[in-house]
Design a protein around this ligand. Sequence first.
Ligand code: MCU
Length: 391
Amino acid sequence: MRLNTSLLIGFSAAVLGFMKRPSTCPRTPQDATRYDAKLPNLFVFASGRPVNTVADFQCRQREVSELFQTLELGIKPGRPNAVHGSLSGGNLTVTVSVHGKSISFTPTVSYPPNGVAPYPAVIAFGALTIPAPSGVVIITYNNDEIAAQQNQSSRGQGKFFELYPNLKVNGAMTAWAWGVSRILDALESMPDTNIDSKKVAVTGCSRDGKGALFAGALESRIALTIPQESGSGGTACWRLSDYENHNGTTQTASEIVQENVWFATQFDEFANNTVDTLPFDHHMLAGLVAPRGLLVIDNIGYEWLGPWSSFGCMKTARRIYQAVGAPDHLGYSMSPSHLHCSFPSYKLPQLQVFVDKFLFDKASDTDFFMPAGYITFDNAQWVDWSTPNLF
Ligand code: MCU
């Protein structure tokens, strides 16, 4: 089992040639897996070298991204040579060509009735489930056509796999994040759209909230990431969801790989009982977004989503934001039970301050992790590392 993983890392890095790192970044050992019952430490490279500076932190983010892709998600291919965008009647057609094959997909674009060009934008996975912020373009992205997510039979189905048939082992999450990157490529080449490609947020709820989080983690051009009720496989941590689960009350990695094709086939071996050998957990996924904006919207009403796990995972992620001097760039909002994917109006000010800061460059107070004392999370039980000061 270990051997397969090592081979996979070697194959992925060598053959696909992704992640060209600056020479100062330490090399990742071939087998980076190790037993860790607690939430792993982002501030030590897989080689054992500590992370001491912001430059180290950026190297470590690349390493962690590489490990997520290798062990959990599947490889996200880099920018293709040919990406073309055209906008007509509210449809943004994005055409991507790779090795003589082409696909097109068509997110819809809705301009705000008010506001000032160039407009920021929100990319909504599936459909928008947060209130449309004022002055912002809404881009609705049909992620399911890029990679299907019906059930187990969706493996390798969708437009991404038409271009990359040798990546059919990949999970849908990587393919969706790749699609978001291509939307940004297209927008960058289309100044006439009056959409500011440097001020783009991504959001989605539930399974699409997991997708939004991965898009923000794997694409550093995203300015603001808003996962809503994403649950296990999103803002929850695998280790914590296993702990929270009581006879099937909470979704775990071992369940999730049976249910759908969100993750790569190589994740199965970890999901089935060895999540504690993963050299990361999802606090480190949020750490890939740092120091960019991350607003996590949760709902305590569904034990299946692992609300305690998500709370503890994001509380730990906030230490990562703290280390780079931006704890207030990760906002967390848990609410009492309400309908899944509905947005309680009392959360509007929380959304607005994040939109103001990250899409409009306006000073705003985004320093909240709430409600305080609502759930308790024992740091000492789950975290055995301290938070360095890297800035
Ligand atoms: C929270 O996301 C998922 C969850 O992982 C699944 O187990 C469940 O079937 O569906 C949720 C969802 O996407 O609901 C719309």
